[in-house]
Design a protein around this ligand. Structure first.
Ligand code: CA
Ligand code: CA
Length: 222
C-alpha cells in the first residue's frame, strides 16, 4: 500500500472513530438493527423451509393439493409457524406413532376406518373424522394409535377444535383399561401429558359438536 493511500485509510478510520464516539447511539442502533434483520431473515427462511417440506413437497409428490393446504401454509408463514404443540409438547424426543383403527364400542360399525391413515400421514390438512352426530349420546368414540415404544406425551392437531378427549392405554387394540391423561378440550393443537403408557393408545372422544376431526397425532418420550 502506498504512503498516500495509507494516510487516507488512517484518516478515514480516525473520522469513523470520532463519528462512533459522537454518535454512539446511532451507531449502536445501526448494529442492533442489522443483527435483528439478520435474525429475522434466518427465521423466515426456517419457516419457508418447513412450509416447503410439509405442504409444497407432499403436494408435488402426491400430485395434488387441497384448497386448505395453501391457506394453511399462508397462515403458517404469517403466524411464524410454531407447531411445537405448546410448552410440554416440545420436550422430549419424537416417537413414531401410527393410527391403526377407529374405536366405536357402542356403535359396532366402526368410525370412518377408511380415514384412519390420514391421522398420521404427516399432512396437517388430511384428517380422520368421527361420524356426524345430531346429538352425541355415547360414552365415547375414538381412534387407536400405536407408538414405537413408551411415550410421555401425545399431541393432537385438529381443524374442528372444541371437542373433549382423554387418552386411554391398553395392551390390545380393542380394550383400553387405563386412563392415562386428564380430559381436555382439544384446541387446534393440544398436548396430553401421559401418566403411564401402553402398547396401544386411544384418543377417546367423550363430547363433540356434530363431529370431530383428528388431523395429526404425534408423540414424544421424555
Ligand atoms: Ca360408528
Ligand atoms: Ca393428516
Amino acid at each position: 500500500m502506498s504512503r498516500g493511500s495509507t494516510d487516507v485509510l488512517v484518516r478515514g478510520l480516525r473520522v469513523l472513530g470520532i463519528g462512533i464516539r459522537e454518535q454512539w447511539r446511532v451507531f449502536s442502533l445501526a448494529v442492533i438493527g442489522s443483527a435483528l434483520y439478520g435474525a429475522m431473515t434466518v427465521a423466515s427462511a426456517f419457516v419457508m423451509g418447513r412450509v416447503t417440506a410439509q405442504v409444497i413437497v407432499p403436494a408435488f409428490e402426491s400430485g395434488h393439493t387441497t384448497a386448505g393446504a395453501p391457506a394453511g401454509a399462508a397462515a403458517l408463514i404469517l403466524l411464524g409457524g410454531d407447531d411445537s404443540g405448546g410448552a410440554s409438547g416440545s420436550e422430549g424426543s419424537p416417537v413414531r406413532v401410527q393410527a391403526i383403527a377407529s374405536y366405536d364400542p357402542e356403535g359396532g360399525d366402526g368410525e370412518h376406518d377408511e380415514k384412519v391413515v390420514d391421522a398420521t400421514d404427516g399432512d396437517p390438512v388430511t384428517y380422520w373424522t368421527t361420524e356426524t352426530y345430531r346429538t352425541f349420546a355415547k360414552d365415547g368414540v375414538g381412534i387407536v394409535v400405536q407408538p414405537d415404544g413408551d411415550v410421555s406425551s401425545l399431541t393432537v392437531r385438529t381443524d374442528t377444535p372444541g371437542f373433549t378427549a382423554e387418552i386411554r392405554a391398553g395392551d390390545s387394540p380393542t380394550s383400553f383399561d387405563r386412563t392415562v391423561s386428564a380430559a381436555k378440550t382439544v384446541e387446534a393443537t393440544t398436548t396430553f401429558d401421559l401418566d403411564g403408557s401402553g402398547r396401544y393408545l386411544l384418543i377417546w372422544i367423550t363430547a363433540l359438536d356434530s363431529r370431530a376431526h383428528v388431523n395429526e397425532v404425534t408423540a414424544r418420550a421424555s
